[in-house]
Design a protein around this ligand. Structure first.
Ligand SMILES: [Zn+2]
Length: 285
């Protein structure tokens, strides 16, 4: 069970500021750091860039539909690769906090959400005093977004959050299809989703770097995929699909509330995830 993703639970913040997590930005390759601080009830999740003097909420209307990571922008300040920390915050049910970042990108850590879960758990979680239970967000109807190559995301009204994520590389010599199903009332995010790492094709790395992406990627923060198989040990046989689920949970948390929805995600991407979050909040028709 993953209580943080269920509506009707107490509103929550942290018991104390987290430690500072430092590392390299996956795409920028630059030094990056983050810490998360408690806030009063109702603040929501806010990014704070102390160098730019900006504070802006982690909500769908501030997110960009970008290809390789999720970017949240507030005025001149922007933070990229926010999805893994947002996923950990959502799964632990942290509704109110300040995410203080330096370097314009969150640290890649090990490419998964597990280090962020550990960071938050070490600081402790605290129920907000005198607040109503967290309300869920139910799609008013079936919401559908579609992208290239058969990518499609559908959110259907449901009693609580469930997801079915399908990865499909029909022309790839060895990946083929991977699928994972998740039910927040049954399945344990911390054990079964958070440790799944981001991944990339080794043959794409030069192409990405030429475009200023993946400059910080390494075997320490991504599962590399070669021509004939994995270029490292996997944490789960279906680690790729589990990571796409991790990303989906983080991106959809930009909708601002636990979803009472079953999300079917075939070939999801950050751009489509963010678009679906926008549709769920009513920002997009
Ligand atoms: Zn990811």
């Amino acid at each position: 069970m993953t209580p943080g993703l269920l509506a009707g639970r107490p509103r929550r913040t942290l018991a104390s500021p987290t430690a500072i997590l430092e590392g390299v930005g996956l795409h920028s390759g630059a030094d990056a750091s983050v810490r998360v601080l408690p806030t009063p009830p109702g603040a929501g999740r806010l990014f704070r860039d102390p160098e730019a003097g900006q504070e802006f909420p982690a909500v769908a209307s501030n997110a960009e539909e970008s290809a390789r990571c999720t970017i949240v922008r507030g005025g001149p300040a922007a933070v990229q690769t926010v999805e893994h920390l947002l996923s950990a915050l959502a799964a632990l049910g942290v509704d109110d906090c300040v995410i203080e970042t330096r370097g314009g990108e969150l640290p890649a850590a090990d490419g998964s959400a597990a280090p962020f879960v550990a960071l938050l758990q070490a600081a402790g979680l605290r129920d907000q005093p005198d607040t109503a239970p967290v309300e869920g967000l139910t799609p008013a109807r079936a919401c559908l977004v579609a992208g290239e190559g058969g990518a499609v995301l559908i959110a259907l009204p449901a009693p609580h959050f469930q997801a079915t994520v399908v990865l499909d590389y029909p022309d790839h010599p060895w990946i083929g299809t991977q699928a994972v199903a998740f039910d927040a009332a049954v399945d344990d995010y911390v054990r079964d989703v958070a440790p799944a790492r981001t991944f990339g094709f080794a043959r794409e790395l030069d192409w990405l770097r030429a475009r200023g992406l993946a400059l910080g990627a390494s075997h320490d923060n991504a599962l590399a995929l070669g021509e004939d198989g994995y270029l490292g040990a996997r944490r789960f046989p279906d680690e790729l699909a589990r990571h796409k689920l991790l990303d989906l949970i983080g991106d959809l948390s930009l909708a601002g509330a636990p979803l009472r929805a079953h999300v079917i995600a075939v070939k999801p991407s950050h751009a489509l995830n963010v678009r679906l979050a926008r549709m769920l909040t009513g920002e997009l028709p």
